[in-house]
Design a protein around this ligand. Structure first.
Ligand code: SF4
Length: 349
């Protein structure tokens, strides 16, 4: 299989395989792909233990990890909960080729920022079917982007297409995912039957420029969103992480104007377009990891200017003070509903 090159078409520099993964058709397909592309490969005992990647400093190791694809078998088929966006996570893969400084995966993936795809997709889908059956006729929603960006590797695996078609056949199952990537073409023909909501992550030009390295520009994300809306997918946008800096209000309103203009010919969408609004937050651990990987980072992580919000197990995170968060929510929600009167703003957090 020859891969079409494009600016956002991820091709790893090395690929590691768990031995067991080679017994699955997707594992074999990826072996053949590596052979075709001349990519170096190696067998590893576990997709959780990848050692010997090049790089001396944390930032060099991070860059090299992102150039590494690991192919494994997902053994734990218990899907964690995924509030507020869905009932359960459906982790087809982990990580992505992007280098967003604020990414929460900096900590949740810890020492495993490499890209990892699972080959036992059918087993995962069978398990999803049992979760759906337990709750039927109530719908059960799965989030496929909770641990990475599945669209960023779709040209390699085809797993998202398969998953979307599976959910198309599920009367009571719904799928959703969020992406910053734009390679939507292979998914336009999938029989989704409106059961998958495609969401794109957007942010102000300044946040993109300063913090979302190696990800497609806003205009390309919006163009891809229009393509999937034309293919009949329910559409949504996640505005995140919303950051406060001099002029932030105008920047976000400009983004919403751009979105309105680009989607004008598709309005009103049915079902209505959704928005999820997430303010920037960080934990003490995230700050440490981010500053190791991005020593020059300009991310505002000044604890003095934030409110500490206690979380589970005594862990907590720094969010904007209540007054700032409230004005952020009011301004953005009002601005969105002015421009998209039929939209549903699902939550602000
Ligand atoms: Fe994280 Fe998404 Fe950026 Fe990838 S594209 S680094 S998953 S925020």
């Amino acid at each position: 299989m020859k891969q079409k090159e494009s600016a956002w078409h991820y091709i790893p520099q090395r690929v590691f395989f768990e031995e067991e993964a080679l017994a699955y058709p997707l594992g074999q397909k990826l072996v053949a792909l590596c052979r075709d592309l001349g990519l170096p490969t190696r067998q590893i005992p576990s997709h959780n233990r990848v050692t010997g990647l090049p790089g001396d400093t944390p930032s060099q190791k991070y860059v090299q990890a992102k150039k590494t694809l690991v192919v494994g078998v997902k053994r734990d088929l218990r899907f964690p909960t995924c509030r507020p966006s869905a009932d359960y996570q459906f982790p087809l893969m982990t990580s992505c080729p992007g280098h967003c400084e604020y990414c929460y995966l900096q900590t949740t993936l810890g020492q495993r920022p490499y890209l990892r795809v699972y080959v036992n997709v059918e087993e995962m889908l069978d398990q999803a079917a049992t979760y759906i059956a337990k709750k039927a006729p109530e719908p059960t929603t799965f989030e496929v982007a909770s641990s990475g960006d599945p669209l960023s590797v779709e040209h390699l695996t085809g797993s998202l297409f398969k998953t979307i078609e599976f959910f198309g056949d599920q009367e009571f199952g719904r799928l959703r995912f969020v992406t910053k990537f734009t390679g939507v073409e292979p998914l336009l023909k999938a029989r989704h039957k409106g059961h998958t909501r495609f969401r794109f992550s957007l942010n102000s030009e300044r946040v993109l420029r300063d913090f979302e390295h190696r990800t497609p520009p806003v205009a390309e994300r919006i163009a891809a969103a229009a393509q999937v809306a034309r293919a009949g997918y329910p559409l949504g946008f996640i505005i995140a992480p919303i950051m406060v800096y001099p002029g932030w209000e105008d920047d976000y309103l400009r983004l919403f104007d751009q979105l309105k203009k680009e989607l004008a010919s598709l309005q009103p969408l049915s079902p209505p377009v959704t928005f999820e609004l997430i303010q920037h937050r960080f934990t003490a651990r995230a700050k440490k990891v981010i500053l190791e990987r991005f020593p020059e980072s300009r991310l505002d992580m000044d604890e003095e200017k934030r409110k500490f919000k206690y979380g589970k197990y005594g862990m907590g995170k720094y969010v904007y003070p209540d007054e700032t968060a409230r004005s952020m929510k009011d301004l953005l929600q009002t601005a969105l509903l002015e421009r998209f009167p039929d939209a549903e703003v699902e939550y602000f957090t």
